[in-house]
Design a protein around this ligand. Structure first.
Ligand code: M6R
Length: 604
């Protein structure tokens, strides 16, 4: 078998992982004369032009693209980090919370530090524990170092004494191992190595793996050998490619007819109850619940806002939506009679995972809704449902959001059917509306393209406001986040009735206000609020499904297909996603990798 050179493989993997962080990048391989180290601040493509990259011969290598936590983006702070003797090279995701104490301890032993990072303590700590000898000594040193670490970590370590091996371990940070023919791969996410294999091992916290080209040995926290089962992943590499689109975000927006169809799958069948093989809810269990919490961050939390409306209305169980980072520290009222639902695309968001652990400790049943098979949260939760939206690469979440909203609606209908507290004909009509979504998504994508022109009028503005009521407020909030994260325009969303309690002071001539008008019960109310901003000189973009609405006073009106208000977010968010995209493109920005952000927020 011809051994492949590591440089291009590592760089290519980093390009695919760059959505997770892109402040700086670097790679290390084991060469004949020791460990190589090539790194710099900036994007991964800078690495390709670095001297020596093409000449690398070693067939074991590690690489990293960074989202800075400790220390600014700079060459010194980039990973990999080596120990003082240059025997070990390490890449690390996560945060070492006790790094300052460890640094002081290591300085006391004579170690010197050349970066501001928490990570640099790790190779030096490994070196401190290392006694030359067999591979078991290398493993023992990595193990002993990890036992000193507090915080979260996924670590890959290479050692110049073992040119054919690598050791990896994780705690609270993602790590997958891909098994291929005569080659093994490691990554913090599946897409980076999907073109090499579909067979993966997933490590649990404090499990160690010793890899060589054609073998992987697994060890427990006590360094006892353990067996792990290989898992086959259904995604294909095309799903993780741009597939001819200019950006991942645009591709993912346009995939929403397919992704929402995949989310529903075969759960609705004529004349049958909605099927959720993953759940075992009984009427007694659901009737015993005192409350449901939906806990999430960012866009997933916005999907929770839409999901709450359907779950609460159909199941009549009090349902609250909470921001994971708040929930985990506010001693929430959770007990055995609470169902806690955790929504997360990546399944790796640190705050959401911590909130789940807390709910479990308090005795609640925990249900994870994730898009990533085998992600950390799915291994912690009592129950898991997958959204099956396919890989989402762009930092700005789009198709994961619509799939989450669809899935929450399917779940709400399922619970209502188990509880038998709704008219079945009504529930059947809701199911039909969900089945009709893909066609309506296609139609909405077409009409929304007309917003390109309006984006050209808005892209130089400093502030944009979003208004809606009820479910339309939830959508306004998501549309607003899309605009700020990729176009860097300051935007705020308000419940229509709330505007006059302060924020209207900011409305002046020429300011853009986006109104979402789909909830029949509330359209007139929001129109009145929009009249208030028009009177004060605002220009308005209206997204509405009401074909009979008098729209003469608005500047731009986009009419979208009508559906029931529970799932209207799936339709009405599309023009807002595209609007944000067009504005960001007009500004010449990198929509897939907006500044300061990362796709998976695996740190607190
Ligand atoms: O992977 P998660 O769904 O848990 O991620 C949560 C948020 O970090 C995420 O939705 C973020 O807000 C997106 N960048 C929004 O587009």
């Amino acid at each position: 078998m011809v051994l492949r050179k590591p440089g291009p493989i590592l760089v290519n993997g980093l390009i695919r992982l760059e959505y997770r962080g892109y402040d700086s990048a670097g790679i290390s391989t084991i060469e004949k004369n020791g460990i190589s180290l090539i790194k710099d601040k900036g994007r991964v493509k800078n690495l390709e032009s670095q001297a020596g990259l093409k000449e690398l011969e070693g067939t074991i290598g590690i690489a990293h693209t960074r989202w800075a936590t400790h220390g600014k983006p700079s060459k010194e702070n980039s990973h990999p980090h080596m120990d003082n003797s240059k025997t070990f090279s390490v890449v690390h995701n996560g945060i070492i919370e006790n790094f300052e104490a460890l640094r002081e301890r290591l300085k006391g032993y004579g170690y010197k530090f050349y970066s501001d990072t928490d990570t640099e303590t790790i190779p030096n700590l490994i070196h401190h524990y290392y006694k030359k000898g067999g591979i078991e000594n290398f493993l023992k040193a990595v193990h002993d170092a990890c036992m000193d670490l507090k915080g979260s970590f996924a670590i890959e370590v290479i050692c110049s004494d073992f040119p054919d091996n690598m050791i990896v371990v994780r705690k609270d940070s993602p790590l997958v191992i891909g098994k291929a023919e005569g080659e093994n791969y490691l990554s913090s996410d599946i897409p980076a190595i999907l073109s090499f294999t579909r067979n993966f091992y997933l490590l649990n916290d404090y499990e160690f793996a010793v890899l060589s080209r054609d073998n992987i040995d697994f060890y427990s926290k006590d360094l006892e050998p353990i067996e792990k089962e290989v898992q086959a992943i259904e995604w294909n590499a095309v799903g993780a490619d741009k597939n001819g689109y200019e950006d991942y975000m645009l591709k993912e927006i346009y995939e929403q007819a397919t992704s929402t169809r995949e989310t529903v799958g075969a759960r609705f069948q004529t004349g049958k109850q909605t099927s959720f093989d993953e759940l075992n809810f009984t009427k007694e269990y659901l009737s015993s619940l005192n409350r449901i919490y939906i806990v999430a961050c960012g866009t997933a939390m916005h999907a929770g806002l839409a999901g709450k409306i359907a779950i609460e209305k159909l199941s009549k169980i009090p349902t609250e939506v909470d921001i994971a980072s708040e929930f985990r520290y506010r001693d929430p009222l959770v007990d055995e009679k609470t169902l806690c639902i955790f929504l997360t695309q990546s399944g790796e968001t640190a705050d959401t995972i911590a909130a789940l652990k807390l709910s479990k400790e308090k005795g609640a049943k925990t249900l994870a809704i994730s898009n990533v098979i085998g992600s950390s949260i799915t291994r912690e939760a009592d129950l898991t449902i997958y959204t099956h939206a396919g890989p989402e690469i762009a930092v700005a979440s789009t198709k994961a959001y619509t799939s989450q909203v669809v899935l929450m609606n399917v779940l709400a209908i399922y619970m209502a059917e188990v509880l038998e507290n709704n008219d079945q004909k009504y529930l059947d009509s809701l199911k039909q509306d969900i089945l009709d979504l893909p066609e309506k998504v296609e139609e909405t994508l077409k009409v929304s393209e007309s917003l390109k022109g309006f984006a050209r009028q808005v892209f130089q503005e400093k502030d944009v406001f979003y208004l809606g009521r009820g479910v339309d407020y939830a959508i306004a909030t998501e549309g607003c986040l899309k605009l700020k994260e990729i176009s860097y325009i300051h935007s705020e969303s308000y419940a229509g009735g709330e505007l006059k309690h302060g924020t209207i002071a900011l409305i002046e001539k020429g300011i853009t206000v986006v109104g979402v008008l789909t909830d029949k019960e509330l359209i007139k109310k929001t129109v009145s609020n929009l009249q208030e901003v028009i009177t004060r000189g605002a220009k308005t973009l209206i997204i509405t499904s009401d074909k009979d609405l008098d729209t003469s006073s608005f500047d731009v009106v986009l009419t979208i297909p009508e559906t029931n208000s529970f799932i209207s977010p799936v339709i009405s968010v599309i023009p807002l996603q595209l609007f944000a995209y067009y504005v960001a493109k007009e500004k010449g920005l990198d929509v897939d990798k907006p500044r300061n952000l990362a796709k998976s927020v695996t740190v607190e």
